[in-house]
Design a protein around this ligand. Structure first.
Ligand code: SAH
Length: 249
């Protein structure tokens, strides 16, 4: 029987090659085949013209992992790719759920720049202090639980990044999320809306909690909501670490 290949679960970063880690690039280079959702395989295929590419539709995550296992079992090294970081609403967890304790293939997860970090750098330094990441997608999580987390994160004065804020079929959640935030955070709290971070049509706005819904928000948008100390300076959004008196100038 063949020796099993290795599975790399690779976070390719927000989009462009410059935002990818060397390690992610090397893992794909070492792989016989790259597997992922089509949007992401399209982003990387030009760098690996010789490598076999297998892409699949959005809802087929478990099938994709089963396929990866099969390929690795047949002796191939496989890169399973996610955008951003594979461990943040990506493929890494699903891969570990699908693999059997008895399977002998090795899995290595390669970290990537997640959307929140890519967006934060674009708009300044908004997540300098404690922050919370919440996905508004209720496909796999009950909306009641998501609301509870929004409520507690807002009460805790965390900086909050919202993933999956809105899609064609999910339009009301973002309004409810804003209403929950307004119970605990000032209406003037700075909010950054970043679309297509690190991709062709990158756009961003810095607005306020009260006005955030005036901006275009879609599936490729990430929203960063400040804490009570966040301010805007030089058209950038900044959260101080809160240790002003301890800084040494
Ligand atoms: N694993 C990914 C997240 C997948 S969830 C990561 O670590 O970034 C998908 C959500 O991530 C999108 O709905 C959007 O909110 C956010 N996202 C992913 N890539 C983005 C990008 N380039 N620009 C803005 N938001 C992005």
């Amino acid at each position: 029987m063949n020796k099993s290949g290795k599975i790399y679960v690779v976070g390719i970063g927000p989009g462009k090659k410059a935002d990818m880690t060397f390690k992610a690039y090397e893992a794909m280079e070492k792989s016989d085949i790259i597997v992922g959702y089509k949007t992401y395989t399209d982003l990387v295929k030009e760098y690996f013209p010789e490598t076999e590419i297998k892409s699949s539709g959005m809802m087929k995550e478990v099938d994709r992992c089963t396929e990866v296992l099969k390929l690795a079992k047949s002796g191939k090294n496989v890169a399973l790719i996610s955008s951003g970081d594979a461990g943040v609403y990506g493929m890494a967890g699903i891969m570990y759920e699908v693999i059997d304790e008895k399977d002998d293939m090795e899995i290595e997860v390669i970290a990537g720049v997640t959307a929140a970090n890519a967006a934060a750098a674009i708009v300044g330094a908004p997540i300098m202090h404690d922050y919370v990441t919440i996905s508004l997608s209720n496909l796999l999580t009950d909306w009641e639980l998501i609301k509870k987390r929004l409520e507690l994160a807002a009460q805790g004065d965390f900086i909050i990044s919202l993933y999956n804020p809105k899609s064609k079929g999910r339009t009301t959640q973002i309004t409810e999320a804003q209403q929950i935030m307004l119970k605990y955070k000032s209406k003037d709290t700075p909010v950054a809306i970043v679309r297509n971070a690190g991709r062709e049509n990158e756009e961003h706005e810095i607005t306020t909690l009260e006005k955030m819904l005036d901006s275009e928000i879609n599936m490729l948008t990430i929203i960063l909501i400040g804490n009570s100390n966040t301010f805007v300076k030089k058209r950038k959004m900044v959260t101080p670490r809160g240790y002003e008196k301890k800084y040494e100038y």
